[in-house]
Design a protein around this ligand. Structure first.
Ligand SMILES: [Mn+2]
Length: 196
């Protein structure tokens, strides 16, 4: 299988994003979203997902982080959908529980072509550094819709908001890695309908 890569450039009045994604990478991130904590999260997702991600976002963070985080979700979802291509030979499903100290996150996803997000993050502090915590859900929705995946995310328990969000992004990386993995026993597209 050749490297599954995609490049996305997306420019609006609110954000200017350049992104290169390689699903068959080694976990290398070169990430500048404009928001330090969000860089930390995207680096973790990249590292634990064993993808390579180069990302630069010049956004209107003088307003707040909303446009940048949501638009990065859109661009990353578009890149994922382009990179995964015809979905031949992949495992399709990925599920992972990830502990981060006292917090436990669960991510289960299906590279289905049917975008859906179920998000149960629970209560968190409103801000983590310069990151609005509620933008976690906005990122996940934008990513799921544009990637064309069914995505379920839940924080089962925990106390520290940094740990909870970190557990989500690490779990997402692992679940994506499992789902995109080449399975030599899968013949063609892994669906009895013959398409995803
Ligand atoms: Mn951390």
């Amino acid at each position: 299988m050749s490297m599954r890569t995609a490049t996305v450039e997306r420019k609006t009045a609110e954000t200017n994003i350049k992104l290169i994604l390689n699903l068959d990478g080694n976990g290398h991130g070169v990430i500048d979203s404009g928001i330090g904590f969000f860089d930390h999260m995207l680096n973790l997702m990249t590292s634990h997902g064993l993808m390579d991600l180069t990302l630069a976002c010049d956004g209107d963070i003088d307003v707040d982080g909303h446009h940048s985080v949501e638009d990065i979700g859109i661009a990353l979802g578009d890149a994922f959908r382009k990179a995964i291509g015809d979905k031949k030979g992949i495992r399709r499903y990925g599920t992972f529980y990830l502990p981060m100290d006292e917090a436990l996150a669960f991510v289960s996803l299906d590279i289905s072509g049917r975008p859906y997000l179920v998000y149960e993050g629970g209560e968190m502090a409103p801000m983590i550094g310069g990151f609005d915590t509620e933008l976690t859900e906005e990122f996940l929705r934008a990513f799921a819709v544009h990637a064309g995946i069914t995505l379920h995310v839940r924080v089962l328990y925990g106390r520290n908001s940094h740990h909870k969000v970190e557990a989500i992004f690490k779990a997402l990386g692992h679940a994506l890695r499992i789902a995109v993995e080449d399975d030599p026993r899968v013949e063609g597209i892994p669906s009895t309908k013959g398409s995803l």
